[in-house]
Design a protein around this ligand. Structure first.
Ligand code: ZN
Length: 243
């Protein structure tokens, strides 16, 4: 049977409290499936717990730069110092099986309804950022389906292909627009759009739309664990501000 309602999450970054809150909403929404655009680990204090839950609850996960970074598949000089420290800390928490799972995540996933990538369909292994229409333009060349989802910037928004490519922050996006759309689902575990609530989307094919969603979660608990783990304090503080 065709999956009609899909929760699309990403940039969880080892934030168990945020992941749990988002999954509760997806359960209440009765989604048929959950998929993930990558960065399950990195920054947060619960990488192993998040891997366990994501493996159980999602049907597909594409690789993020932090996922590959934690297993040596992404060079450490790519990361800024706080991120690098978190990647190195995360690497030490992982079991052999966690490492195997992260190493084998694909860079791109394509279905007949939509496609997933962490950063960009143009050179996905380079993990480049798409913040504006100029940066989205090369990605559209390599996007085959009309509808695609990505993460990486932690900025929920939509890019619409065309001459020129356009950027939109509307909260509901129709799934069958005239051209291709590339939707950033925002970040579950470390939002950076000045809204500290966890971000994700629900693709509803029956209703023909993608809805952007936010939920509050226990930021205090997630931040406390980051401090207790000895990770950089800035990674805890930024959760309260959402940047
Ligand atoms: Zn990320």
């Amino acid at each position: 049977m065709r999956t009609l309602k899909t929760g699309i999450i990403g940039d969880i970054h080892g934030n168990l409290e945020a992941l749990t809150a988002v999954l509760q909403i997806l359960d209440a929404e009765h989604v048929d499936d959950v998929v993930c655009v990558g960065d399950v680990v990195g920054y947060g204090a619960d990488p192993v717990e998040c891997i366990g839950i994501v493996r159980e609850r999602t049907s597909v996960v594409v690789a993020g730069n932090h996922d590959y970074g934690a297993v040596g598949k992404q060079a450490l000089d790519y990361f800024n110092s706080a991120a690098r420290e978190a990647v190195q800390w995360t690497a030490k928490q992982l079991s052999e099986e966690d490492r195997w799972w992260l190493s084998n995540l694909p860079l791109v996933h394509r279905t007949k309804d939509y496609e997933l990538v962490h950063a960009s369909f143009y050179r996905p292994e380079a993990f480049e950022y798409i913040f504006n229409p100029e940066e989205a333009t090369p990605s559209f060349t390599f996007q085959k389906a009309k509808l695609a989802f990505f993460g990486h910037t932690h900025w929920p928004s939509t890019f619409l292909d065309g001459e020129p490519v356009r950027h939109s922050i509307q909260k509901v996006v129709p799934v069958d627009p005239p051209g291709k759309v590339l939707i950033n689902v925002g970040s579950v575990g470390q939002p950076r759009d000045s809204d500290p609530t966890a971000s994700f989307v629900i693709l509803d094919l029956a209703k023909g739309r993608v809805n952007f969603k936010r939920t509050q979660y226990d930021i205090q608990a997630a931040a406390k664990k980051i401090i207790e783990a000895g990770l950089p304090a800035s990674l805890a503080e930024r959760l309260f501000h959402g940047y």
